[in-house]
Design a protein around this ligand. Structure first.
Ligand SMILES: Nc1ncnc2c1ncn2[C@@H]1O[C@H](COP(=O)(O)OP(=O)(O)OP(=O)(O)O)[C@@H](O)[C@H]1O
Ligand SMILES: [Mg+2]
Length: 152
């Protein structure tokens, strides 16, 4: 587990860039945090690092948006907020193996569909300054061992 403090939206996007640089096809990242915590901001940074086409935004009208990238490995950005459960996520038939998938609000479902995933929790409640977030990164499964690179 790795924990760090992030003091601005720009820093959150930069942190997303660090995460994005470590991702490859088949990787799954799950983002947990209250409304407005910074999940989409972090995902935007992942998108920049992956050189995706278009800017990552909140997928308001669709549950999942696929962003093609220069590398050929697309970024799938899922907002699981309105999904009724893991079956509905499964029904999307996402190409998990050949994509990099980031799921907001999916922590109760993702572990039932994939073996390995990176869980990032963004918390602002513990901070007096409204721009400061505490971020905790936990790896699940074989893919994610040592997480020293997250804070290095
Ligand atoms: N340190 C920070 N990290 C991330 N966002 C921050 C930070 N400080 C302030 N913000 C602001 O908080 C908001 C985060 O919005 P964002 O859409 O990323 O949240 P979210 O977790 O995806 O919300 P939702 O649950 O509605 O999808 C933005 O307006 C951003 O500018
Ligand atoms: Mg969001």
């Amino acid at each position: 587990m790795a924990t760090l403090t992030i003091g601005s939206p720009e820093a959150m996007e930069a942190f997303g860039g660090r995460i994005g640089s470590a991702l490859r096809a088949g990787d799954v990242v799950c983002l947990t945090g209250n409304l407005g915590a910074g999940k989409t901001t972090l995902t935007r940074g992942i998108g920049v690092a992956l050189h995706v086409r278009g800017t990552v935004a909140s997928p308001t009208f669709v549950v999942a948006r696929t962003h093609p990238s220069e590398s050929g490995v697309p970024l799938i950005h899922v907002d699981a907020y309105r999904l009724g459960g893991v079956d509905e996520l499964d029904d999307l038939d996402l190409d998990w193996d050949r994509s990099i998938t980031v799921v907001e609000w999916g922590e109760d479902m993702v572990g039932k569909l994939v073996d390995s995933w990176l869980h990032i929790v963004i918390d602002r409640s513990s901070q007096a300054d409204e721009n400061v977030r505490t971020v905790t990164v936990t790896g699940h499964g074989d893919r994610w061992g040592n997480l020293e690179w997250v804070t290095a």
